[in-house]
Ligand binder design. Structure first.
Ligand SMILES: *[C@@H]1O[C@H](CO)[C@@H](O)[C@H](O)[C@H]1NC(C)=O
Length: 303
C-alpha cells in the first residue's frame, strides 16, 4: 500500500517534528500556513510539510491531526469541517477522512468538539500525545479512542505506526471519545501533581523554619534518595512552565470533579505562587532553588 496523504495542523513545536518522522517515511504531510510567521514556515519546510489551501486538505488528506494550543482546538475543527463541506461533492477521493483531536483538552471539551462532526462524512477520533516532542533519542506516544460508529478509524490510524509513530489505541468496554483526553489528564495529573506536592511541602517546611527544611532534606536523602533526586530535576524544569500548569491543574480538577477535584485546584494555587515568584513577586522560587542546590550537594555526599 502506498504511503497515505495526511494533514498536520499546526506546524508547531510538536506538530513539525511529528510531521518530519512521517514525511521521512514517505507520507505526504499537508499543512496550511496562512498567516503564519516566517519561523513557522521555515520549520514546516524543514519538516518536509507541504503548504496547501484548506480546500486541498479537505480533498486530499485521509487523516487530519489537530495539534494546537488547547484554546484553538474547537476553532480548528470548525475550520476543517467548513472546508470539507465546501468540497463535499468532489470529495470521493478520500471518502471518509478521520479528524483526530490530539490536544490537551478535557474529556467534556473533546466531546463537544466531536459533536460538531455529527452528520458529516468525517470520522472523529479523540487523541492525546504523551511525552515531549520527538528528538534523536525519544519519541512521544499517541493514544487514540473513538465512539462505536467510528472504531474503523482506529484500525486505519494504527497503520501510521508503519511510518514511525508510536501508537496505542484505547479499546474495550465502554472506550470512546473522551478517554484519550482523560488519559492525558490522569497522566499529567500524576507527574505534575508530584512536583506540585513536593513544592508545597518544601515551602511549608521553609515557612516553619530553615531548620525544618534542612532536616526534611536530610531525611529525604537518607530514606527517599530517588524521590529527592527526581525533585532536583523536576522543580527547576517546572519554573518556566508554572504559568501554563496553573490552567492545566484547573482543567484537571474539573476532570476529577467533586471533592477530589480540590487536590489539583489546590495545586493550581501552588503553581500560581511559583509563577508570581518567577516574575519577581515573592521568594518561593529562591526557596526552591536553594533547596535543590542543597539537595544536590547532600546527594553527592551520600553517594
Ligand atoms: C522561607 O522562610 C523565610 C525565613 O523564615 C521567610 O522569610 C520566607 O518568607 C519563606 N519563604 C516562603 C516562600 O515561604
Amino acid at each position: 500500500m502506498a504511503p497515505p496523504t495526511i494533514a498536520i495542523i499546526a506546524a508547531g513545536a510538536m506538530g513539525s517534528p511529528i510531521a518530519k518522522i512521517l514525511a521521512t517515511s514517505g507520507v505526504t504531510v499537508l499543512t496550511n500556513l496562512d498567516g503564519r510567521s516566517e519561523t513557522t514556515r521555515r520549520r514546516a519546510r524543514d519538516a518536509g510539510m507541504v503548504d496547501v489551501p484548506w480546500s486541498d486538505i479537505a480533498l486530499r488528506a485521509s487523516c487530519i491531526l489537530s495539534i494546537v494550543p488547547p484554546a484553538e482546538a474547537g476553532n480548528l475543527a470548525t475550520r476543517y469541517l467548513e472546508s470539507r463541506s465546501a468540497v463535499r461533492t468532489h470529495a470521493t477521493k478520500v471518502p471518509q477522512p478521520i479528524f483526530v483531536d490530539c490536544n490537551a483538552v478535557g474529556p467534556t471539551t473533546v466531546q463537544e468538539i466531536a459533536s460538531k462532526f455529527d452528520g458529516s462524512d468525517v470520522r472523529f477520533a479523540d487523541g492525546c500525545i504523551i511525552g515531549f516532542p520527538p528528538s534523536h533519542d525519544s519519541s512521544p506516544t499517541f493514544y487514540f479512542a473513538a465512539n462505536a460508529p467510528d472504531v474503523s478509524a482506529l484500525k486505519e490510524l494504527e497503520n501510521l505506526g508503519q511510518y514511525g509513530l508510536k501508537l496505542a489505541t484505547l479499546t474495550g468496554d465502554g472506550a470512546g471519545v473522551g478517554d484519550a483526553s482523560a488519559l492525558k489528564m490522569s497522566y499529567g495529573g500524576i507527574l505534575k501533581g508530584i512536583t506540585g506536592l513536593f513544592t508545597t511541602m518544601v515551602l511549608a517546611a521553609n515557612a516553619s523554619s530553615s531548620a525544618t527544611t534542612t532536616a526534611l532534606l536530610n531525611e529525604l536523602a537518607i530514606s527517599q534518595p530517588s524521590l529527592l533526586q527526581r525533585s532536583t530535576q523536576t522543580i527547576p524544569d517546572m519554573f518556566p512552565k508554572a504559568y501554563r500548569w496553573v490552567d492545566e491543574m484547573r482543567e484537571i480538577s474539573t476532570f476529577v470533579s467533586g471533592p477530589m477535584g480540590d487536590v489539583h485546584r489546590g495545586l493550581a494555587s501552588v503553581f500560581e505562587i511559583v509563577e508570581k515568584s518567577v516574575n519577581g513577586d515573592g521568594n518561593a522560587r529562591q526557596v526552591l532553588e536553594k533547596f535543590v542546590k542543597d539537595a544536590e550537594a547532600v546527594l553527592k555526599d551520600t553517594q
